[in-house]
Design a protein around this ligand. Structure first.
Ligand code: DC
Length: 225
């Protein structure tokens, strides 16, 4: 359907449904799905494996600089490779949830990853998902979305996702972690989670994925018309 290759951004807190919607939207349009959270997660995993603590800014930057992070679209979504290894599952643990939020506070790491993200989105035809896509990385994006939902709803989704993966999560703990991650992401001095200027805000608390997708697609089609 797309003749012009748009840059579409999708920001919002953890569990708002961004990944599912961004992935589906990218498929629908034949665009690249740029999962920038996966890039912060990959650096967090590299740090964990190298025994580098999130306070060691210089060491973290070296790791981020050296890390070859690839997002490879496949049959079952995008696979994430770190230095040639498929780490798609390894970056989705509760420990990496926590660590990636700390790594994402480091200015140097952000600079390095933002450069990589801009390079990937340079030619348009991208759905970029994260926390600072519409505010910092692609401020001139054609369409900006901000997806949100109540902390309880987001924690419930995360809880179900962990159960599906065979884990035995504790709901109050999952909720506390979501609230703590929101705080980390919103209060950091560099590129905090904000509603980007001009973004379309969608509260997904009471919406099914298909409904959100319909809303989002309608807005994109308006832009393409
Ligand atoms: O979206 P996610 O849960 O996979 O993101 C992992 C962490 O990375 C999260 O704590 C927020 C951070 N992040 C960020 O600071 N900027 C982005 N563009 C994407 C993610």
């Amino acid at each position: 359907m797309a003749s012009r290759k748009l840059v579409i951004t999708m920001d919002g807190p953890a569990g708002a449904g961004k990944s599912t919607v961004a992935k589906r939207l990218a498929e629908e349009l034949g665009y690249l799905y740029l999962d920038t959270g996966a890039m912060y997660r990959a650096v967090a995993l590299a740090a964990q494996r190298a025994g580098v603590s999130p306070e060691k800014e210089e060491d973290l930057c070296l790791l981020a600089e050296k890390a070859a992070i690839e997002l490879v679209p496949g049959k079952d979504g995008v696979r994430v490779f770190l230095n040639g290894e498929d780490v798609s599952e390894a970056i989705r643990t509760p420990e990496i949830d926590r660590l990636s939020s700390l790594v994402a506070k480091v200015a140097g790491v952000r600079r390095i990853l933002v450069d990589k993200q801009r390079a990937l989105g340079a030619r348009g035809g991208v759905v970029a998902e994260g926390r600072d896509m519409g505010s910092v990385v692609f401020p001139e994006a054609d369409v900006k979305f901000f997806l949100t939902a109540s902390p309880e709803v987001r924690a419930r989704r995360r809880f179900e996702e962990l159960k599906k993966r065979g884990l035995d999560p504790d709901f109050p703990k999952v909720l506390a972690e979501i609230i703590e991650r929101d705080r980390q992401d919103q209060e950091r001095p560099i590129a905090p989670l904000v509603v980007p200027p001009g973004a379309i805000i969608i509260d997904t608390s009471n919406l099914e994925v298909e409904e959100v997708l319909r809303l989002v697609l309608a807005k994109v089609k308006e832009k393409l018309a």
